[in-house]
Design a binder for this molecule. Structure first.
Ligand code: ADP
Length: 255
């Protein structure tokens, strides 16, 4: 019982005897801690851009003689921070929708060719021509929720681009794996040290906070991927080597 949180209660029983009632509260406490951490992290993430916006608004209202160029640069920074808050809120809402019990999976046959085409187009738009982005589609069909799968695959594809320096390669594949179809995002990017891999799908866990923010990350992408896969009976395998690149492999049950 060393690592368990037990709540014990002694209840008097007949003939001066007593009953010891123990309740294992480990899981409840763990969930409570996760909830507290999430609220603390989310508040911190939202406070940072808000502080920037409020700061510039205060300058704008107290200094009437700002030249047009400074004013424009303040407006640009405020808009960027506003977008950052929007992305965070969108991702938090997506996560909470995925987790809610009264939102069952709506499954239907997925048009994989169209889905892959969309993911590749989005990755190319994000890269802005700075990476070589290739793709292949050879796997069988599946059933699932196309919107959720688009969000999961899109997060992995966008990570592959965001964590690969210009000039690198990103390959997005739909293929048959050993136990069923797979979506694989492979990059020749910065890679991930082994010690981080097990924690990557935790909410707000980032290897390098500043790089994540610079590239418009929210720290929630892989948590969203994990939840989508839980709902689809799939799983995520991460293979990576720092400085060399990564492969994120999504395995899904066949249709
Ligand atoms: P973020 O918005 O920060 O990218 P994610 O949840 O998508 O959040 O990813 C969590 C962290 O995992 C990232 O901050 C980054 O450190 C690491 N990561 C994810 N994908 C890759 C990748 N393809 N290459 C290197 N690191 C990655």
């Amino acid at each position: 019982f060393r690592d368990r949180k037990l709540i014990c209660q002694i209840i008097p029983f007949e003939n001066r005897r007593q009953i010891l009632v123990t309740h294992d509260a480990t899981e409840t406490q763990r969930i409570e801690e996760m909830r507290r951490d999430f609220i603390a992290n989310a508040s911190h993430e939202l406070r940072t851009p808000l502080t920037v916006i409020v700061g510039f608004l205060e300058i704008a209202s107290s200094e009437m003689n700002l030249d047009a160029e400074t004013r424009m640069s303040h407006l640009k920074l405020m808009t960027e921070q506003g977008h950052r808050m929007q992305r965070l809120i969108e991702d938090m809402l997506t996560l909470s929708r995925l987790e809610s019990m009264d939102y069952p999976l709506r499954s239907e046959p997925v048009d994989i060719a169209a889905l892959m085409e969309q993911i590749v187009q989005e990755a190319r738009a994000l890269s802005g021509g700075k990476h070589q982005i290739t793709s292949s589609v050879n796997g069988p069909g599946i059933s699932g929720n196309p919107e959720e799968l688009r969000s999961a695959f899109g997060n992995l594809a966008s990570n592959a681009v965001r964590y690969t320096p210009p000039g690198g390669t990103v390959h997005l594949a739909w293929q048959m794996g050993p136990n069923g179809p797979q979506f694989v995002a492979t990059d020749t990017g910065i890679g991930i040290d082994q010690i981080h891999i097990a924690r990557l799908t935790e909410r707000f866990y980032r290897v390098d906070k500043s790089r994540s923010r610079e590239t418009q990350g929210t720290g929630l992408g892989l948590a969203i991927v994990k939840h989508v896969l839980l709902r689809h009976g799939g799983n995520l395998t991460i293979k990576s080597e720092a400085g060399k690149g990564s492969s994120f492999i999504v395995s899904l049950p066949a249709a």
